[in-house]
Design a protein around this ligand. Structure first.
Ligand code: LM2
Ligand code: CA
Length: 468
């Protein structure tokens, strides 16, 4: 068997949406570190407006690290405990704007009005675009509106100003001092790429940057490609390509197309891309596959993690029926958090507020291992037999998925060496090998062919590190 290098984590992360710092610290130790994730993306850590909705996190009122998700001390403790198990922390950085409401008091006690945040910003530090009646963005075909008007009435910082840039950068340097590796730049599309670059230039050189630039139609003036100089960007088109075919029971997934995803139009080069199946916004909107889809969601994650395009981020949130509903919180407005003990895969039903715990799925740890073993082996053109489709990572790993509602046997050509392999979807990391047997399904490769039973809405994943 090929040794798995535990010191070199898969280049993959997990977004733990609205998870308190104490909860993330425990999850790093129990699940995320052992599974082999390289990093975790947190929800925004700064002080925000009061309210039970999750999106209060996206209305900053100061840069104190004091929020419904925890205190600065708890944040720092999380960062060091995650680091101790090899997991870096990426924080969501809300820097395009401040609050959307007229006035109030933040959760750490900071009193503010729409354009006045004591000690940080006043009226002159904001864009007042004057391009629409209410200064809100109305027309995405206008670069000036998108970047200098207000997104949903959120007070839009004048990120062209040197003092505003320095104030933002100072808050981010403080988070770096607390140990974070870098940032998701929230609403990056709504800041000029030059402004984002200028802020990033005020940070330590090794700061990891992932800019959220929602790819709109090709005719929109602001495109993700403008932001790749400052770091990686989230490639929304990858998720858009991945989901619909699965729902139809037919794979038209980008991973199966001829040639690498990065060669197709509307995708940034692989090295610039952060890819995802869904995130906290798209699971409330455009995503065609989410936790509600059980096995299909697992398949989508498998296609992403086994692919050679981009840096994947697995999403883990909580179930909801009201899109505004926050994660369960206590009487003081602090999110309570949850752990993932006992969760091994997708569930058919979730109660509102229940954690999905994607990071704890047996299959995810197996796929992260596959990713490490596949390393730089290229993805070969797709193979298929009936309802089963899949692809190989050249002589090192194989993924077969079956989005149909019936179990299916498939025979496909494969370059993996002959042998008996333990499926890492059912068996997890190492294929669950012990005493010469697989904990999950055993699959035989012989003479350049593999025949496997692939469960309904399920997958089989083999790699050369999990061979008997
Ligand atoms: C993002 N990326 O660019 C976040 O990923 C997304 O979750 C944020 O929207 C958005 N940009 C701003 O950071 C969320 C949520 C909105 C919510 C905003 C601000 O999806 O619904 O807007 O956060 O909290 C809410 C109300 C909206 C109101 C606004 C301002 O839903 O009706 O607009 O607050 O008070 C008048
Ligand atoms: Ca802006």
């Amino acid at each position: 068997p090929v040794a798995v290098d535990r010191e070199k984590p898969a280049d993959a992360g997990v977004q733990l949406f609205q998870r308190p710092w104490t909860s993330i610290a425990e999850e790093c130790e129990s699940t995320i570190g052992p599974a082999g994730f390289a990093w975790v993306l947190t929800s925004p850590p700064q002080e925000h407006i009061e309210g039970a909705q999750w999106w209060t996190s996206y209305q900053p009122v100061s840069y104190r690290v004091e929020s419904k998700l925890g205190t600065e001390a708890e944040f720092a403790d999380m960062v060091s405990r995650c680091a101790a198990v090899g997991v870096a922390v990426i924080a969501d950085a809300v820097v395009n704007h401040m609050a959307g409401i007229d006035a109030g008091t933040g959760v750490a006690g900071t009193a503010f009005t729409h354009y006045d945040y004591p000690g940080l910003y006043d009226e002159g530090d904001f864009h007042h675009c004057g391009l629409t009646a209410d200064d809100d963005i109305a027309d995405y075909s206008s670069r000036e509106q998108v970047q200098t008007c207000e997104l949903s009435n959120l007070a839009d910082l004048d990120t062209g100003s040197a003092t505003v840039r320095e104030t933002i950068a100072g808050s981010l340097r403080h988070l770096r001092d607390l140990g974070v590796a870098g940032f998701r730049i929230d609403a990056a599309k709504h800041m000029a790429a030059a402004d984002v670059q200028a802020i990033v230039d005020l940070l330590p050189e090794d700061t990891v940057i992932m800019s959220e630039v929602i790819r709109g139609s090709g005719s929109e003036p602001v495109q993700p490609e403008e932001y790749t100089g400052a770091g990686k960007v989230f490639e929304f088109q990858y998720a858009r390509d991945l989901g619909p075919g699965l729902k139809a029971g037919v794979i038209t997934d980008p991973a199966l197309g001829a040639g690498p995803a990065s060669a197709r139009p509307l995708h940034v080069p692989s090295a610039d891309a952060v890819v995802f199946v869904d995130n906290h916004d798209t699971e409330r909107g455009e995503a065609s596959v989410t936790y509600r889809d059980g096995g299909l969601y697992l398949i989508a994650n498998a296609l992403m993690l086994a692919d050679d395009y981009g840096t994947p981020v697995v999403y883990s949130g909580y179930a909801f029926s009201d899109r505004d509903a926050g994660a369960p919180q206590d009487a003081d407005g602090r999110v309570i958090g949850w752990d993932c003990a006992g969760v091994t895969g997708p569930k058919a039903q979730y109660a509102d507020g229940e954690g999905v715990c994607t990071e704890a799925w047996t299959a995810i740890a197996g796929l992260l291992e596959l990713r490490r073993i596949a390393a730089d082996a290229p993805r070969l053109p797709g193979v298929g037999d009936g309802d089963v489709d899949g692809f190989e990572r050249d002589t090192r790993a194989l993924l077969l998925v079956n989005p149909s509602e019936a179990d299916a046997a498939a025979t496909v050509p494969v370059g993996l060496p002959d042998g008996r392999y333990c499926d890492v979807i059912s068996g997890g990391a190492g294929g669950g090998i012990s005493a010469g047997a697989c904990a999950g399904t055993t699959v035989t490769v012989s003479g350049g062919t593999v025949t496997a039973d692939v469960p309904a809405e399920g997958a089989i994943a083999l790699h050369i590190g999990a061979r008997l």
